[in-house]
Ligand binder design. Structure first.
Ligand SMILES: Cc1cc2nc3c(=O)[nH]c(=O)nc-3n(C[C@H](O)[C@H](O)[C@H](O)COP(=O)(O)OP(=O)(O)OC[C@H]3O[C@@H](n4cnc5c(N)ncnc54)[C@H](O)[C@@H]3O)c2cc1C
Ligand code: FES
Length: 279
């Protein structure tokens, strides 16, 4: 499962940008391919894993692999420009070079979700780590129960993956909301956790998968627990500052757990034993 692109935990594999698609004013979807054919054909990842993306002379940062494991031709990353490394990556155009270490981290336990109703709750760029899982499920409708995707952003212009959200509507219930509407927005206005409560999506057997800004994750996990979801039914993926990404530097420690190797995917049952919400 955790096969490394280069066979080396530390050395990035050379890759180049195939396409750059703006998602919002500061967020871009990158489609990239490995330069070496042997690396490309041996690379495989699972839903929820990430990679360390690097630019020579600039630095490295962890980014979720947002393409589906079914898509074997190239990898996709959705990146928001927030600091030095991500701003430089978001300035790259088609043909530009970058390095990739990965796949890294523990993925979602997809097999254990089979046969269950799935609720995806996501905010902003938090849809990126869930997108491979949603696409995986979307292509296998017989293997899973009913699927609801609740997704929100600050404004209509901040919603990512607009075309894909429309595509998912055939076979999946997609519920969009924004914190602040505008003249073009006829949909729901309000915070994601409030919208989930309003929708009253409560079924069993069931699994909820939550990812978004830290405050949204914290509130939503609390709401699901209060609404009677058992901690084993609720999953999330954490973002923490990282350095090595492979369990060696301790930069990402949350209590005794390394987010880079024990996570980034955790169940609420696991998080209840960790000081995860304190950072
Ligand atoms: C497992 C994992 C998956 C991620 N997936 C994505 C993704 O799909 N798309 C995406 O755009 N970003 C993702 N991130 C966050 C991304 O790694 C950070 O935005 C990036 O490291 C910032 O680096 P920088 O040099 O641009 O900014 P810096 O100058 O280092 O920091 C800018 C701001 O970002 C914050 N920050 C720095 N590192 C992280 C981090 N690891 N997590 C959260 N906040 C951070 C800093 O506190 C600061 O506020 C992910 C992080 C992790 C751990
Ligand atoms: S980032 Fe180095 S141990 Fe997790």
């Amino acid at each position: 499962m955790n096969r490394l692109a280069t066979g080396d935990l530390w050395r990035p594999a050379a890759a180049k940008v195939l396409a750059r698609t703006p998602q919002t004013a500061d967020t871009f979807l990158y489609r990239v391919a490995f330069a070496d054919e042997a690396v490309a054909s041996s690379f495989s990842h699972a839903c929820g894993q990430f990679a360390e993306l690097s630019l020579e002379g600039v630095g490295e940062c962890p980014v979720s692999i947002t393409s589906s494991p079914d898509d074997r031709g190239a990898l996709e990353f959705c990146i928001r420009a927030v600091g030095e490394v991500t701003r430089e990556i978001c300035a790259l155009d088609e043909g530009a070079a970058l390095g990739i270490r990965g796949p890294l981290g523990r993925p979602f336990p997809v097999e254990s979700f089979c046969g269950k109703d799935l609720l995806f709750v996501s905010g902003g760029i938090g849809l990126a780590p869930l997108r491979p899982l949603i696409n995986y499920v979307f292509r296998r409708p017989d293997a899973f129960g009913a699927v609801d995707v609740v997704y929100g952003a600050r404004s209509p212009a901040d919603l990512c993956f607009a075309q894909e959200l429309e595509r998912w509507r055939s076979g999946t219930a997609v519920h969009l909301t924004v914190d602040r509407g505008d003249g073009s927005w006829a949909g729901h206005v309000g915070l994601v956790p409030d919208y989930v409560d309003e929708l009253g999506l409560r079924k069993a057997p069931r699994v909820a998968v939550v990812c978004g800004p830290p405050i949204m994750i914290k509130v939503e996990l609390g709401r699901l627990a209060a609404a009677g979801w058992s901690p084993g039914e609720v999953w999330t993926t954490l973002e923490r500052k990282m350095r090595c990404g492979v369990g060696k530097c301790a930069r990402c420690l949350v209590g005794p757990k390394y987010v880079c190797t024990d996570g980034p995917v955790f169940s609420l049952e696991e998080l209840e034993r960790l000081p995860w919400a304190e950072e």
